[in-house]
Structure formats: structure tokens, C-alpha cells
Design a binder for this molecule. Structure first.
Ligand code: SF4
Ligand code: SF4
Length: 302
């Protein structure tokens, strides 16, 4: 059972990225991969062959093995690690040895008094309350697989998340024992903090993306860099921070993709005020009806 949140992450990163992605080494192979390799060596030294197929249902396998229970947010809560929290990544090993199984714990382990906090807190109503999630409505999915410009009604609910979402875990009382403690800083992730600064992400080119960002967050290829930039522009707009107006105007001028240009216009409008209105009046778009409409609507916000 891997705990992906053993150490703390820079606040600026936790606010914009799901924690499970911050130290994901499936490409760099410099953390969990080494530990899996070491465990497989240990098994081999004890006469057990193993495989680690990633297409297994890992959470269900862990519950069948009696290692924890589910939450109403559809996440897996460990019995033994992370103080019973959901900051875990169960990893299923297939081995050529039979063990006496523990009692399966395929159940919801939430206290009645919680009153469905996660379901109420999910800003996009992705959680159905019947142990099901509509992934197409989940911010995590939308942030890396959403098609087209993010619909207007989702832009504010998606809030400050660029990639992933931890909201239903952050509000969960089962996670508070782990969240309440002081954890040492994850220095490996802290060293990447500057690369993930919003202005840098908004203006990144192919080389920057492929060397600094993609190895750590790889669900989107370079062909989808428009989605990265659109997400960052949305977050800047939701920040309501006037310092981003200059960046957003520059991104509007530098990008040809109408989804990015449209979102930068929306973001400037969402920041609002006289400075934003002046910036919007300076945006000239000759061709795209989508962008023209976004500029028109954005001016009304100011
Ligand atoms: S990760 Fe975010 S959007 Fe997805 S279910 Fe949880 S709170 Fe809702
Ligand atoms: S917030 Fe409440 S209902 Fe949701 S997973 Fe946590 S304990 Fe369960």
C-alpha cells in the first residue's frame, strides 16, 4: 500500500494540482518504481515470482484483500496506513504462491455523522451518492481529458485546480487525522515548484513542456498543450488577481488556438475592473466567432 502523501507539498502546488500527481514517477521512475522493484526482488529471493499489471482494479483488489474500505467519494481508505486516510495507492501484485486470504472489506466505511460532506462539497456534482461517480463531471477528468473550451457554467466551480482535484478528500473527516499533522516537506517536489508557476505554464513552449512538465504530469501530450494553457488561464481568472492581466493579454496574442484565446478573454473579464476592461478593448480577433463572443461576454463582467 503506497502512501503518496507521506510528506507535505508546497502550498502553491497543492492549490492547483491533485496531490497524487505531484510525485508520480511512472515516467521518471525514481521513487515508487524503485520500491516496487525492491519488493519484487525480495519476493524473488524468497522463491516467489511476481508481476505488477497496471490494468488490474487496484482499489477493489485491496478491499477484497481486507486492506480497507471505500468512502462515498469512491476513494479507498486504508485500515492501517495514512491514519486511515485515502492518500493511498493500492498496488496489486500477481504472484505464483497461494496465501490464506483475509476477510474482504468491500464496504463503505463512512460514519453516519459525516452527512455526506464530500457529496455536498463536490463543485461539479460528479458524486452521485450511491457509490458512483460520473467521471465526465469530475474536475480531474475534465482537467486532462475535457473536450473543447470549458463550458461557462463549469469554469468557476473548477476553481483553482489546473490538473486533478482533491476537494472531496480535503473535506473528508476520515482524512483529517493525516491532514492535521505537520509533515516534512517533500524536497523533490519543492524543487519543481518554480516550473509549475502559473505564468510559466501559460507561456510554455514545446521544449519546456516536454522537459519540465510532461515527465511529472503526463496524461496530456504536447498535442493537448492547449488544454494546459486553457486550464491555467481559467485558474488565473478565478484567482481574481489583477497581476495576471498582463500574462493573459500576452497569451491571447501569442496563441492561435481559439480555446486558449477564448479562455484568456473570459479570465480577464472574471478578474474584472477598469484595468481588465481596458485590456479587453485592446484584444483584436478577426476570425473566431467563439473568441468574439467570449470577449463580448467578458466585457459585461467588468
Ligand atoms: S475529485 Fe473533485 S470534482 Fe472529482 S468527485 Fe472529488 S470533489 Fe468532485
Ligand atoms: S466526506 Fe464523509 S461521506 Fe464522504 S468519504 Fe468522507 S466520511 Fe465518507
Amino acid at each position: 500500500m503506497e502512501v503518496y502523501f507521506r510528506k507535505s507539498y508546497p502550498r502553491s502546488m497543492e492549490g492547483n494540482f491533485g496531490r497524487c500527481y505531484l510525485d508520480d514517477d511512472r515516467v521518471t521512475r525514481d521513487g515508487l518504481s524503485k520500491r516496487i522493484k525492491a519488493f519484487r526482488s525480495f519476493l524473488r529471493d524468497n522463491g516467489i515470482d511476481s508481476k505488477v499489471p497496471f490494468n488490474l482494479p487496484h482499489r477493489v483488489a485491496a478491499a477484497r484483500a481486507g486492506m480497507g474500505t471505500f468512502g462515498k467519494n469512491c476513494l479507498f481508505y486504508s485500515n492501517k496506513v495514512a491514519r486511515g486516510g485515502s492518500w493511498t495507492l493500492p498496488i496489486a501484485f500477481v504472484i505464483d504462491e497461494a496465501f490464506e486470504p483475509d476477510m474482504p472489506t468491500m464496504e463503505i466505511g463512512c460514519p453516519d455523522w459525516c452527512r455526506n460532506t464530500c457529496i455536498a462539497a463536490c463543485p461539479t456534482r460528479a458524486l452521485k451518492g450511491n457509490s458512483q461517480i460520473d467521471p465526465r463531471k469530475c474536475i480531474s477528468y475534465l482537467s486532462y481529458f475535457g473536450e473543447g473550451i470549458t463550458p461557462l457554467e463549469l469554469r468557476e466551480p473548477m476553481g483553482m485546480f489546473v490538473y486533478g482535484c482533491d476537494r472531496c478528500q480535503n473535506v473528508c473527516p476520515r482524512n483529517q487525522p493525516w491532514l492535521a499533522q505537520g509533515l516534512p516537506m517533500n524536497e523533490k517536489v519543492a524543487a519543481k515548484e518554480d516550473y509549475f508557476e502559473l505564468s510559466r505554464l501559460l507561456h510554455m513552449d514545446r521544449e519546456y513542456f516536454e522537459t519540465k512538465i510532461w515527465p511529472h504530469m503526463f496524461y496530456m501530450s504536447y498535442q493537448d498543450i492547449w488544454r494546459w494553457k486553457m486550464n491555467v488561464a481559467r485558474v488565473m481568472g478565478n484567482s481574481r488577481d489583477k497581476k495576471y492581466i498582463v500574462d493573459l493579454v500576452r497569451a491571447f496574442e501569442d496563441n492561435t488556438d481559439e480555446r486558449v484565446r477564448g479562455m484568456t478573454a473570459w479570465a480577464i473579464g472574471n478578474i474584472g475592473g477598469q484595468e481588465a476592461l481596458t485590456a479587453l478593448k485592446g484584444l483584436i480577433d478577426e476570425t473566431s466567432d467563439l473568441v468574439k463572443e467570449e470577449i463580448r461576454t467578458a466585457k459585461e463582467f467588468c
